[in-house]
Design a protein around this ligand. Structure first.
Ligand SMILES: Nc1ncnc2c1ncn2[C@@H]1O[C@H](COP(=O)(O)OP(=O)(O)O[C@H]2O[C@H](CO)[C@@H](O)[C@H](O)[C@H]2O)[C@@H](O)[C@H]1O
Length: 486
């Protein structure tokens, strides 16, 4: 089976968040099910510089006003098709914003182009290549299902995966005439959204199937509290909405072989994490190894509940905990952690920016990872935490609730606890969870059991890749059994 994945991020070529981890891992996970997944990505400098030996498979004279070439190649084990259109994608900064932090003003065009090319590939643009499924990820690829729905043939089936509903790809109505869609596409059953155009809503409306990245979040987003205005749409098509839990790449994230660690370790050598803990403390300028070391590896945003953590950081230090923060995002949150660090030298520290290797070292050395999200479609850092024995302390929300088992007395007695969970959105609940974690940490035998159990959890892609494979097969009418029905 041939599936074309369409995404604006793809690890290890280009990553700003969890989307890249998923789109980068899924093709390898699906290969075992006999699925060939190629990924269509924009030709950002980070992508084109890594693609050598690709071949031009199509030339497009007018891609929203600029010439483009499609280059197919294989990089880091991934089959990719790159849209080489320098006028759209050859820019500094990250995929969405300029180096000074502003959204590119032509983002509507850059990502309409991504989706339009995907649909053209689905209609046979390249001789000898005809995907059966187009799998679009997040708003940047959201118009692809619309281009198929309103195009000459809907032979190719479409899946829209929502990784983050907060980013809707919303633009004013004035762009519609340039989108290459027929007039009737501008309506409530098409791309229109509150008087403008939402690329995410377009994909969710027009795709044959909508998926999100955990079963719990799939339920939550059908309510006004989490649906962000799209709950009505989701409820209207409830039979074709599915939550499939993210996995992680257990080869890239393996504490026994991870080159970013000072000291690799396994379940039976968990005490060796101490060398990594010292290395983290050293990198962050924190005091020695005594007492629990918490970490945050995250975009610093309201979604991630970082303001809640700032409210209780002083109390956390009073409990004897230390905190290492790796992340970047909202200026007031970055500043908040800098001030906390100035108040508590040796106890709280932040390194701003993006550092993949350091994120591995932190999972391999810190005792617990804090994820106080207000909403979390799946979350990956708790899965990395489980795999590395970095105990996840998470809000009871979205995919976090699907993947962590709270160390309450019943779970401890039943020997199933893998982390600590608390009510989302409450600084007080977060503080109490940290207090509980500090107490659990003090019981070394119990703590190591929780760590080991996490390390044994199945966080691989195996089960979830099979669910995607089953969904694709259902869509193209190849489904032979009903083994994956909910
Ligand atoms: N400063 C930094 N340095 C290095 N690495 C950093 C970093 N900041 C973050 N990361 C890494 O970026 C990824 C973030 O993963 P999350 O699951 O938190 O995704 P995010 O919210 O971006 O994406 C959305 O998509 C994913 C994928 O579906 C969902 O899991 C999630 O709930 C949803 O919000 C992790 O690999 C993390 O280690």
């Amino acid at each position: 089976m041939e599936v074309l994945s369409v995404a604006s991020e793809l690890y290890p070529l280009i990553k700003t968040g969890g989307l890249a981890d998923v789109t980068g891992a899924l093709p390898g996970a699906l290969a075992q099910s006999g699925i060939t997944m190629r990924t269509l990505v924009p030709g950002y400098p980070a992508v084109t510089s890594k693609l050598s030996g690709g071949r031009v498979v199509a030339e497009i004279a007018d891609l929203f006003g600029v010439p483009a070439k499609l280059i197919a190649g294989r990089v880091a084990g991934l089959d990719i098709i790159v849209i080489e259109a320098p006028a759209l994608y050859d820019r500094p900064g990250n995929p969405y914003v300029s180096p000074d932090g502003w959204d590119w003003s032509d983002n509507w065009k850059r990502f309409a182009a991504l989706s339009w090319v995907a649909a053209e590939l689905g209609q046979g643009l390249v001789e000898g290549y005809l995907p059966q499924i187009i799998h679009a990820h997040d708003w940047q690829a959201g118009l692809a299902p619309a281009y198929i729905k309103y195009g000459p043939s809907d032979r190719v089936k479409t899946v829209m995966t929502v990784h983050n509903m907060a980013f809707k790809g919303f633009f004013g109505p004035e762009i519609f005439s340039q989108l290459r869609l027929p007039p009737h596409a501008y309506g409530v059953n098409g791309v229109e959204y509150y008087g403008g155009i939402s690329y995410l809503k377009s994909g969710m409306e027009c795709a044959d199937y909508v998926t999100t990245v955990s079963p719990n979040y799939a339920d939550e987003i059908r309510t006004p509290a989490f649906g962000m205005g799209l709950e009505g749409l989701l409820n209207g098509r409830a039979d074709t909405v599915l939550g499939i839990l993210n996995g992680i790449d257990i080869t890239a994230w393996d504490p026994a072989t991870d080159k970013a660690l000072v000291q690799p370790y396994g379940i039976n050598t968990i005490h060796q994490r101490r060398a990594n803990k010292l290395a983290v403390a050293d990198r962050f300028g924190l005091d020695g190894v005594d007492g629990p070391l918490f970490c945050v590896v995250s975009r610093l945003t309201d979604q991630k509940g970082m303001d809640l953590l700032l409210q209780i950081v002083d109390g956390m230090v009073d409990l004897g905990a230390r905190l290492a923060v790796l992340g970047s995002g909202e200026g007031y949150l970055e500043d908040g952690f800098r001030y906390a660090s100035a108040r508590h030298p040796g106890k709280v520290a932040i390194i701003t920016g993006y550092n993949e290797d350091l994120s591995h070292l932190m999972q391999g050395g810190c005792d617990a990872i804090l994820i106080p999200s207000r909403f979390e479609p799946c979350g990956l850092t708790q899965l990395y935490g489980l795999r590395y024995g970095c105990v996840p302390v998470v809000s009871r929300i979205g995919g976090l609730a699907d993947t962590v088992i709270d160390a309450n007395p019943a779970a401890i007695a039943a020997e199933v606890a893998t982390g600590v969970m608390f009510d989302a959105g409450s600084a007080h609940a977060l503080y109490e969870a940290i207090r509980r974690t500090v107490r659990l940490y003090a019981n070394d035998k119990l703590w190591k059991k929780i760590q080991r159990r996490g390390m044994k959890s199945d966080v691989s892609w195996e089960t979830s890749a099979a669910r995607y494979a089953d969904l694709y097969a259902t869509l193209i009418g190849q489904k032979t059994d009903d083994s994956s029905d909910d």
